[in-house]
Design a protein around this ligand. Structure first.
Ligand SMILES: Nc1ncnc2c1ncn2[C@@H]1O[C@H](COP(=O)(O)OP(=O)(O)O)[C@@H](O)[C@H]1O
Ligand SMILES: [Mg+2]
Length: 236
């Protein structure tokens, strides 16, 4: 045993296979193709962390708008309107407006702005876990001159927030990487990979913990199911 403090994933069957969960202050990539339940899974972690332990979170979305996210989570049995321990910062609309106007987008340093919004929010509201949904959406706003250097710098600023961070990384279906620039995996402390496999019976979802620093963890991909409002991995 080690005495690292952890945040459980609240995926039934998984936490005991990774010493109780994700070490606090880790930056963890949650990656997979579209529709692999990345948003649902990370939301379920912060939703349950607040219900179970009073841990406060921020879900910063550049993808689904706030209303759509609320409806989605309510359908999954996680009603969140008015739950003040799970705050949604909705930049999805701003992102869409900006996407229409490239010249405007280029005037804003999005990486810097997002860090400053988060810093400000942390001082005011105080939160311990961040979900950023998604890296791909953030990249779409950013004009990188030197992506590797700028991403390195961005991860350093994220670390200075001194909280646990889940970065959702949507992988294009034609590529086999964890992040679009191929360096997100080594800049992160952990990688949770979600993938779909087609079988005769339909499409099955699998979860694998590919990397988790300071943790003894399973490396096997296990079927991930969602039932009665909670995630569960099935061990073979
Ligand atoms: N077992 C399930 N129960 C409920 N919804 C499911 C289930 N499996 C898949 N879904 C649906 O899968 C879709 C994708 O989930 P989402 O978290 O938005 O994925 P991603 O963020 O990876 O694109 C959602 O619309 C969700 O409702
Ligand atoms: Mg999503």
């Amino acid at each position: 045993m080690n005495d690292v403090e952890r945040i459980p994933t609240y995926v039934k069957g998984l936490d005991e296979l990774m010493e109780g969960g994700v070490p606090k202050k880790h930056i963890v990539l949650v990656c997979g193709h579209a529709g692999t339940m990345k948003s649902s899974l990370t939301y379920s972690i912060i939703y349950n962390a607040y219900k179970d332990r009073g841990i406060k979170s921020v879900y910063l979305t550049l993808e689904q708008g706030k209303d759509s996210l609320y409806t989605h989570m309510e359908k999954l049995g996680m009603p969140s309107k008015g739950v003040d321990g799970v705050a949604i910062i909705d930049l999805a609309k701003i992102r869409k407006d900006v996407a229409m106007d490239k010249a405007k987008a280029e005037k804003v340093d999005w990486l810097k702005s997002i860090i400053s919004v988060l810093k400000h929010y942390k001082e005011r509201f105080g939160f311990d876990v961040l979900v950023l949904d998604s890296l791909a959406a953030l990249y779409a706003l950013t004009t990188f001159k030197n992506p590797r250097a700028e991403l390195f710098y961005f991860f350093e600023r994220l670390r200075e927030l001194d909280i646990t961070i889940f970065l959702i990384s949507e992988i294009p279906t034609d590529r086999n990487v964890y992040g679009l620039y191929g360096i997100e995996d080594f800049l992160s402390d952990g990688i949770i990979h979600l993938k779909v496999e087609q079988t005769d019976a339909g499409a099955n979802l699998y979860l694998g913990v590919v990397k988790m620093r300071t943790t003894n963890h399973t490396r096997s991909f296990m079927p991930l199911i969602f039932e009665d409002g909670r995630f569960e991995v099935v061990q073979g």
